[in-house]
Design a protein around this ligand. Structure first.
Ligand code: ADP
Length: 347
């Protein structure tokens, strides 16, 4: 049960912008499509919504083939970034406008509208007009207008992109709470890694018209399966290395043990990733030099809770240290790699 994409592809003018892609979305799941601009996220969302036709493959919902079904016949609804509210209607009128609500008896419609307005936290503002609302409040009205239609799946295309940073964080938590409460499937497009990690049950990482990785936020953050995902998610360094025996790689003439992930055959080039906060700097050369590399500080930035260091070890690394650690630009430092936090990557 749920939504299934089977080998769905999309071509524009002969160019395949979505390569054959298969994806299962369980009913009630919060799924995020994450990737850089142009990676194909909106294309997937539009194909699911029925706003654009597949070039190949099929789309099923709860076992029924909906590939040829028009957008307004699919049990889905979309929240767009521009709220598209009617300026001459109040909150309650905007929410109650849809034909699905109008079709009910007055009492049933009123109950549904009231409930929905309460869910999105707008009960106090029900009589206001859009121009009397903040950006976040308008976004809630747009969401209420979608929820009130009781769709099986809600499609959201970067709905928070227009909001400022702190409001955006509030809305992320709020949207997630609403999704938990109404238990409707949410498919949410974003290019913002933190947003995806905050909200999703599962993240689909897209790159150049393909799915790179599907997993829980923990999976893609802690266990990226490719250099692309490692670079795109979470503050990671991706280093070039050469495999030597026994899960050891060589970087700048020194050996580093790799505790996780895949390693190439001895002698072959490979990469590994390590998070900025899983590296440690010392100013003195450590007595035990295992799994350390010497480097030169090229830059540093104070970020309140920590200090970011750019360190040149032959390749440039970003290292997050406690703010009290202080090594001036140009000084020599020693970078320690915790083996169990280094993850080998072949692809
Ligand atoms: P994203 O949402 O990840 O930013 P899109 O799905 O919008 O990416 O776009 C994926 C690719 O498809 C891009 O290269 C884009 O230029 C192309 N594309 C999208 N819509 C059209 C269209 N209507 N005609 C031609 N190319 C398109």
């Amino acid at each position: 049960m749920g939504l299934e994409l089977r080998d769905v592809s999309k071509r524009y003018a002969g160019i395949e912008v979505l390569h054959p892609t298969s994806l299962d979305v369980a009913n009630g799941e919060f799924l995020t499509l994450l990737g850089p601009s142009g990676s194909g996220k909106t294309t997937v969302l539009r194909l699911i919504g029925g706003f654009s036709q597949v070039s190949g493959g099929s789309i099923l919902f709860d076992g029924a083939d909906i590939t040829a079904l028009a957008a307004n016949r699919r049990p889905f609804n979309t929240v767009f970034q521009d709220y598209a509210l009617f300026p001459h209607m109040t909150v309650i009128e905007n929410v109650g406008y849809g034909p699905l609500v109008q079709r009910r008896t007055d009492a049933a419609a009123r109950r549904l509208i009231d409930e929905t307005i309460e869910i999105v936290g707008l009960a106090e503002l029900r009589g206001r007009y859009p121009e009397q609302l903040s950006g976040g409040q308008k976004q809630r009205v747009a969401l209420a207008r979608t929820i009130v239609c009781e769709p099986k799946v809600i499609l959201l295309d970067e709905p928070l992109a227009a909001l400022d940073a702190s409001l955006r964080r509030q809305m992320q938590v709020f949207l997630k709470q609403i999704q938990r409460r109404i238990r409707t499937t949410f498919i949410f497009v974003t290019h913002d890694q933190d947003e995806a990690i905050t909200m999703a049950d599962r993240i689909v990482v897209m790159n150049a018209g393909r799915i790179e990785q599907i997993g829980t936020p923990e999976d893609v953050y802690d266990r990226p399966n490719s250099k692309f995902v490692a670079r795109f998610i979470g503050a990671s360094n991706v280093l070039d290395a050469r495999s030597v025996a026994d899960r050891q790689v060589e970087v700048a003439g020194r050996r580093i043990a790799i505790g996780q992930g895949e390693v190439a055959a001895p002698g072959e080039a490979m990469s590994f990733c390590v998070k900025t906060h899983d590296l440690e700097l010392t100013t003195q050369a450590p007595a035990d030099a295992a799994n350390t590399l010497p480097g030169v500080v090229r830059g540093q930035a104070y970020l309140g809770s920590h200090r970011d260091y750019l360190v040149d070890v032959g390749q440039e690394l970003l290292v997050a240290m406690p703010p009290e650690f202080n090594a001036p630009v140009g000084s020599t430092v020693h970078v320690r790699f915790a083996a169990d936090r280094c993850r080998g990557l072949i692809h």
